[in-house]
Design a protein around this ligand. Sequence first.
Ligand code: ATP
Ligand code: MG
Length: 573
Amino acid sequence: MLDVNGGTPTDVREAAESRDFIREIVAADVAAGNHGGKVITRFPPEPNGYLHIGHAKAICLDFGVAGEFGGHCNLRFDDTNPVKEDVEYVDSIKDDVEWLGFHWHDREYYASDYYEQLYGFAERLIQKGLSYVDSLSADAMREHRGTLTEPGIDSPYRTRSVDENLDLFRRMRAAEFPDGAHVLRAKIDMRSPNITMRDPVLYRIRHADHHRTGRTWCIYPMYDFAHPLSDAIEGVTHSLCTLEYVDHRPLYDWAIAHCETPSTPRQYEFARLNLNYTIMSKRKLLQLVEQKHVNGWDDPRLPTISGLRRRGFTPESIRDFCARVGVAKKENVIDVGLLEHCVREDLNRRVPRAMAVLRPLKLVLTNYPDGQVDELDMVNHPDDPSAGTRRVPFSREIYIERDDFMLDPPKKFFRLAPGREVRLRNAYLVTCTHAIRNEAGEVVELRGTYDPATRGGDAPDGRKVKATLHWVSAQHAADAEVRLYERLFTVEDPEGAATKANAELATLLNPASLAVLQGCKVEAMLGRPAAGARYQFERLGYFAADPDSRDGAPVFNRTVSLKDTWARVASRE
Ligand code: ATP
Ligand code: MG
C-alpha cells in the first residue's frame, strides 16, 4: 500500500491485519470512493497536560489508519482554552508523538490558527438565524437546560433579532464585555432528549493570554464548535475520538451541515483505554504533579508517555500494547500487567545483560590470591550471539545480594548459607565458611572459599549446586543509585474508589511506589551509561539509565521486574 505518511511502524500495521470496526469503515469508504477515496485523520490533543498511554492508543489508531490507507494524519492542537494551555505542553506532545514513532511532517496545525475562519462561521450562523447571543448568567443557563428527564426551557434572549445578535457578537469580540456577560449559543432545540443539543454554547468571553494568539482574541470557541470545523478546514475525512463524544456527534454533524464547510468529515467513536492501578485524567494527573505527590510529569510511576519513557519503556512495546488492546466499541479495563508483559517481551529480545547488586554484602574468598584478577567471558545476550561477549573481572572480594544469604536458612532456601556451596554466575563455585557479625548481630561480611577447578561455573566432578547468584567484583564495581517502582495506587480503580469513599485521590497513593537504593554495586561498564541505556540486570529485571545520572554516578530505573504475572494468568485462562 502507498504510504505517504513517512511510514507506519510495522507492529501497528500487523495489528490492523485483523481489522477493527474503524478500519472496516475506512476500508468501505475507500472502496466506495467516499471523500474522494482519501483518508485524512488527525490527532487532536489539547495542550493542557502531557500525553499518557491512553493517548498512545489514539495516536496509534489515528496515524496507523492514515498510514495503512495511504493517507495522512494531522497533528492538531485543540488550543481553545487559553486559561489551561501552555507551550510546555505543546512541546512535550510533539516529543512524545515523535518518540512513539509517528510523523506528521509539516502538518502541524492549531485550532487557534482558524480563529478568524471560525469567527466567520459563527457570524454566518447568526445571519441564518441559527445562533444567538445569550445573556443569562451561568447559573440561570444551567437551570434552563433541564435534566435527563426534564426538557429545557428557552432563554428569554433566544428571540433576539439577527441584527442585535450580530451587533452583540461583534462587540463581544471587540472586548466590550467582561467574562461571562454573554455567550453565543446555537439555536437548536431546548427540548432535545440529547442535552448536548439544547442550544449548546459556541463562544465564550475569556480575557486571558493565549499561548499563541496573546490578547488578539477575548472570545474563544468551544470544543464542540471548533473541533468539527477544524476537521472540515483540514479536509479530515475520519475524525476518530473516544466514546464520551457519542452524544456530541449530532452537534458535530449540525456544525458541518450549517456552516457551509469546505469538506464533510465524519466522527467515529471508540472505547478509551483504561488501565488498572492508575489514573488517566489529565486534570487529576496535573493535580498529582502540582501537589508534588510525584516528581513531575515524567515521573516513572505515571502512565504518561514521558514517564514510561523515563522508566525505560520502548516505543515498540507501547505500540505493541496498543495493538494487543485493539480498538473496540465497549469500555473495559486493561490489566497493567499486559503493558508490563509487552515491555518485558521487547526488552528480553533486545537488551544486553549485565550484573548489578542492589543490596550488597561482601564475600571475601580467603583462598583466592590477593591481587589476582580473572577476566571472565560473559555473553551479552543468551539468545543473540551477535550481541557478543564482554570481559568481567573476578577477584578476591565479591559483592553478592544481601537476600541471597541466610545465616539460618529455612528448608526451602537454597542460596548461600554457612557451609553451603553455590555458583557465582559464569565464574566459580564458592562455599561460605562463616559470617562476620557486628555487635547488633547483623551480618556485615562473609568469608568463603572458591574452587579454582570450577572456572566458568561447572565442577569437573559433576557435583551440583542448587543456586546461581549474580555478583560483582568489589574492587572493580561502580556505585549506582537504583530506583525501584511499584504501582502508584493501592487500589485497582483509584478514581472509582476515591469517588465512592468521597476521599482525595492522594489518600489512595501507594506509599511504597518508589524505593531509592543508594550504594548499589554495578559492573564497571555501567558506571557511565549512555543516556537512556537499557539492560537486563541478571535476576533483577530490566533497568534504564535515568537522566539524573552523572558521570561516574549512574542512576538506574527499574522498568519492570522479571516476574511476568500477566503471562502466567493468561496461560491459565
Ligand atoms: P481532557 O479531559 O483534557 O479533554 P483528554 O484525555 O480527552 O482530556 P485530549 O487532549 O482531548 O485529552 O485528547 C486527545 C485525543 O486523545 C482525543 O481524541 C481523545 O479522544 C484521545 N484520548 C484521550 N484519552 C484517551 C484514552 N484513555 N484512550 C484512548 N484515547 C484517548
Ligand atoms: Mg478531550
